[in-house]
Structures are given as C-alpha cells and as structure tokens.
Design a binder for this molecule. Structure first.
Ligand code: ADP
Length: 597
C-alpha cells in the first residue's frame, strides 16, 4: 500500500512524546544535559563574532590591554564550546543507543503478544520487518528536534545582532537566503520521494543479500552457478534509488549554481556596504569582521535547520511505520485457570479450521476426547492435518466452527499460561539453539526449573544421548554450532538434534507430552529404547504421539486415524484391526509387509 508522503501531526506528536519519554527514562541526566547544552551553546557563535569585531577595533585603536582581554575571552569561549560539543556528542550517542534498544525491545515483546494467526499474514510480517528497520528513527528524533531549536535560537540571535549593527543589511541577507533554503527543501523532498518509491527494489536487494550470506544456500548457489548472478541482481536493486537521485540532482544543478552565486554577490554587496559605513564613520572598523562572521553563522544555522527539518519529517514517517506494528491488536488471554493437580481433559467438538492464508478447511468436523492420563496416537498420511490438530490444541489458531474444550471449558476462556504449564511439545520444526551449549539446549525446556546437572544428565540418558556427550571434547559445555565458536563448537546431525529436542521435552516433564514424529530421524533401535523410556516416565500422564511407525502407534490406548482433515476411525489397535475395510488395518498390513516405512 503506497503511503502518503506527508507528516501526520498526530503521529508527529506521538513520536516526539515517545522519543522524549524514552530519553528521560533511559538516561535522565544525559537528557537534561544535552537539552541544556543545546540552549546554552546557541548564542555562542554570535558572541564570538562580536568579540572578533571588538578585537580588531581595539587593535586599530592601539589598545593593547583591551585587545588581550578580548583575545582571552574569545579563547575561553572557544574552549567552552569545544568541551560542550564533545560531551554533548557523547551523551547524544548514548541516548540514541538506549532509545533504539528500547524501541526494538518493545517491538520484540509485542511480537509475543499478538496471535500466531495475525503474525502469519504477509502484511504483518512486512510491518514487522519495516518496524525493525525504522526503530532507529525514534532514537534520532529528539536530538534532531533539539538541534533545530538550538540552531533556530542561533539564527535569531545572529539576525538580532546584525540588525543592531545595521537593520537594512540584516534584511538583505535574510532575503537572499530564501531561494537557497527553498531549493534545499525541494531537493530533500524529492530525495525522500525517490527513496520511498524504491522500497520494493531495496527490499528485494536486502532479500538477495541475505541469500548470499546464508551458509545453507552456499552449496546450491555455487553448484547452480548462481552466486555471481545474484551479486549483480543485488547491486541492480540496491543502486536503483541512487541512479534516480543522480538524475534528479542534475535537474537541480543550474538552480543551485544560480542561487549560490546570488548569495555570494549579496555577501560581496553587504561587505561593500559595511565598508562604506566604516569610511563614513558610522560603523567601527572591527565590525566588518563581525558582519562577515554573522553572515557565515546565519547560513550555517539556516542550512542545519532546513536539513534537520526534512530529516525529522522522515523520522516521523518512519516512526508511523514503527507504531503500525506496535498498534496491532493483541491476543487477550482467558481467565479460567487450569487446575495444576492433574493432566487436563482435552476435547475437540466438531472442529473445522482453515489457515488464515489457506482457502480450504484442513480440519473438518473433527471430534475426539483425550482423557486425563491417556496415551493417544494420531496416524494419517502427510498433509492429512495431524500437526494442525496439535496447533489447534495449543490454541494457536481459533477454529472456524466447533469448540475445543479443556476440562470442559472453551479454550478461548482458558488462561494460556496455566494451560501451557501442563503442555510440552516436540514439533517437527523444533528449535535448535545453536548459539549455546548442550546443557542450555536442554534446560530451555523449562527455565523455571533450577539447572541441576545430575538431572540434566538423566534426561540426556533417556534420549539416548550419553554416548554422544561422552565423545564431545567439551561434553555438556559443547557449543552446538561451529558458527558461534569454531574451537569449542560442533555441528550435530539431524538425528542428534532431534534427540536433543526430545531431551528438552523430557526436561520439561509435562503432564501432557506431545511428540510429532519425534524419532523420524532416529534409527529403529534407538526409537524402541526411547519409547520404552517415554512409557515409563509418562505413567499416569497424558501422551499424544504422531507417528508413521505402527510399532509405536499400536501401543496407544486410543488411535485417531486422520484422512484429509477428517477423523475416519478411532479406537484401540485391536478395535481398529477388527474393522474389515478400515484404513488403519490396511496401512498396518502394508507396513507389516514392508511396503510402508
Ligand atoms: P500433517 O501433520 O498431517 O502432515 P499438517 O497438519 O502439517 O499435516 O498440514 C495439513 C494441511 O495444512 C496441509 O495441506 C498443509 O499444506 C496445510 N498447512 C499447514 N500449515 C499451514 C499454514 N501455516 N498455512 C496454510 N496451510 C498450512
């Protein structure tokens, strides 16, 4: 959706208030300091210009003591200004980092508060990406506003001093500055328009760049001879706005040359005029320098005000992108707590569900009950909807129709924090925490539980990982990727990773253990042993397993057979095998004969 290239006053106010609040919260001392310094230092250049004039006048009059006094004052002012500028620069940077970090932190906290369904839409994914990029703008906003204020004061003081020497001169100078300022504003507007209109190119460029630097893509890009082609594509997209900018810049060139020349002529005229006033005895000789310095000050202040104003405009527009994500509606958690004493009963009642970006329902009129402490298995072909049922059970998406009940209460009314305390899941796309070591990869299953090395080693053993840990040079302290530490790091195979994730769910020790093909990448012997362990530890607790291996499935008390989003059979192994033309029986026999894995 193209955005208007205009600053919305409400967003401007909100962004400024946000930036100020953050500034004073993150480092109040620095905030007060830089605000005060910006005001104090504004009139200094004009005072310096006056002193310069006085020094020359004293010199011309042969007043040695007066000359020395003002030279001393001038030097003192210069030192003060230098100190203020450096300390100010330092505090500005500190504040910018703080505000930027705060803005990003708010964004990441927000990500966790919006529903998975809302996160999945492309629009919101785009919003997050843009917001992340522009969080920095909020850091710039207030220091820039302060600079505008300070430069405006400097400008006003210089005009006042100049007018006190000769108001017609002051008037001429201010008037001749107008064309240059107008040109600058127009040029910045144009640049911003070009920048905005090329956002698609830039994002494509960024997308290609991430492919170029992604290790996982290296082999395919090399083998297919794509790498250099992609570099050229990245370049083409990324330079697009520069190409357009240069073309527009050429159009401005003659006008800029004309207005620059006009300003030089005006300076010359003003100096001649002042010279005449001096010769006529109406102005002291030193003030020629004062006027020249004041003119320089005026031009530099005007330049800074105009350029900061335009940047503030961009900052505010960027801030509106940031707020667009921060304003997304949040998921409201239910209030009914799930009793902590035993695994909850979970029931699906005639549930139908379509993914937010999907067209057809993938779950159709599904009903089943998982009683406290039951061992349940879900079987069905790939894509039949097993994982989706688990996601719905977690309440990650609301169903189109029907109800999901936890201890007979609709899931929408359930307090998820209390519900999730019961649940532990090993999904197919489980996380790999490659930045940290073996121990932490397991501890992350439940960080509220005290990290006890002995107990961690027990779950490592349950997941049949002890031989691997014994082989690693750093054992449980081994970082699980070479990317983060090529000396202490190691890369694990798919099967090993899966067992680490399994150990993590064991560490969680949940009342309802959900395993989505937990041993798909593990050999048959290890799988058998792992399931023996699961059976032991889940006694009295609920287990939900998705598996293709019937040797595992058959042990469940209740088996749900899913086909194209529907439950077509449910019951125990024996009950399902008794169905003459049942799908379960057919699949079981095919696997027994070795046709299915
Ligand atoms: P299974 O676990 O049985 O292999 P899934 O539950 O993962 O099957 O998928 C069921 C169907 O839902 C598939 O057709 C799949 O393509 C689709 N699907 C899965 N995730 C999404 C999603 N996030 N958005 C849209 N469709 C999805």
């Amino acid at each position: 959706m193209p955005k208007p290239n205009k600053v919305n006053p409400r967003v401007a106010l909100r962004a400024t208030a946000y930036s100020v609040r953050m500034m004073f919260r993150s480092n109040p001392l620095a905030a007060i300091f830089i605000s005060a310094v910006e005001i104090i230092q504004a009139p200094i250049p004009s005072v310096q210009a006056i002193f310069t004039g006085v020094i020359l006048t004293k010199l011309a009059a042969g007043d040695w003591n007066g000359f020395l006094l003002f030279i001393g004052l001038l030097v003192a002012l210069s030192i003060l200004r230098t100190i203020l500028q450096h300390v100010n620069g330092y505090f500005s940077q500190v504040l910018q980092y703080d505000i930027h970090n705060y803005a990003n932190e708010q964004l990441y906290l927000k990500v966790n508060r919006i529903s998975i369904a809302a996160r999945e839409t492309k629009e919101n994914a785009d919003k997050l990406e843009i917001a992340e990029r522009y969080a920095l703008s909020l850091g710039w906003l207030f220091p820039r506003l302060l600079a505008i204020m300070s430069q405006s004061i400097a400008f006003a003081v210089a005009v006042a001093v100049l007018a006190s020497l000769s108001w017609p001169i002051a008037l001429v100078i201010v008037l001749t500055m107008i064309p240059n300022s107008v040109l600058m504003i127009q040029k910045m507007r144009m640049e911003r328009k070009i920048w905005k209109s090329n956002s698609v190119h830039r994002r494509k460029g960024w997308g290609i760049r991430s492919q170029l630097t992604d290790q996982k893509q290296t082999i395919e890009l090399r083998v297919n001879g794509l790498y250099n082609y992609f570099v050229r594509q990245w370049r083409k997209h990324i330079v697009q706005d520069r190409v357009e900018e240069m073309a527009a810049e050429r159009k401005f060139l003659p006008w800029e040359m004309a207005s620059g020349s006009l300003q030089s002529l005006a300076t010359l005229g003003v100096l001649a005029w002042a010279g005449k006033l001096i010769i006529d005895g109406k102005l002291e000789i030193g003030y020629l320098m004062t006027i020249k310095s004041l003119m320089d000050n005026l031009m530099s202040s005007a330049f800074q005000v105009v350029s900061s104003l335009s940047q503030v405009g961009s900052d505010i527009m960027n801030a509106s992108d940031y707020f667009a994500y921060l304003d997304l509606p949040e998921e409201v958690d239910g209030e009914v707590l799930v009793a902590a004493d035993k695994p909850p009963k979970i029931e699906f009642r005639d549930v139908t569900f379509t993914y937010p970006l999907g067209e057809q329902p993938v779950i159709k009129n599904v009903s089943f009950t998982i009683n406290t402490g039951e061992a349940v298995a879900l079987v069905g072909e790939n894509g039949s909807g097993k994982t989706t049922i688990i996601k719905l059970l977690f309440g990650l998406y609301p169903p189109d129709s029907g109800e999901i009940l936890v201890n007979d209460v609709p899931l929408s009314k359930i307090n998820k924090v209390s519900y999730y305390k019961h649940l532990g899941a090993l999904f197919q796309d489980y996380s790999r925490y490659t930045f940290t070591n073996f121990t932490e990869n397991i501890w992350y299953g439940d960080i509220t539980r005290k990290l006890n090395k002995k107990e961690i080693l027990e779950v490592v053993d349950k997941a049949k990982l002890t031989p691997l840990v014994n082989k690693l040079p750093f054992g449980m302290s081994q970082i699980l990727s070479k990317r983060f530490d090529d000396k202490n790091g190691t890369d694990l195979s798919g099967g090993q990773w899966q067992r680490v994730a399994l150990a993590r769910s064991f560490w969680r020790n949940p009342n309802v253990l959900i395993l989505d093909e937990p041993t798909a990448a593990v050999d048959a012997k290890a799988e058998y042993e792992i399931f023996q362990e699961i059976a032991k530890s889940q006694h009295g607790k609920t287990t939900i397993i998705i598996s293709h291996r019937f040797s595992t499935v058959r042990k469940a008390e209740k088996i749900l057979v899913i086909d194209s989003g529907r439950i077509i059979e449910q019951g125990s192994h024996r009950q399902l095998m008794a169905l003459e033309k049942g799908l379960y029986r057919e699949m079981f026999e095919l696997q027994a004969e070795g046709y299915l894995d």
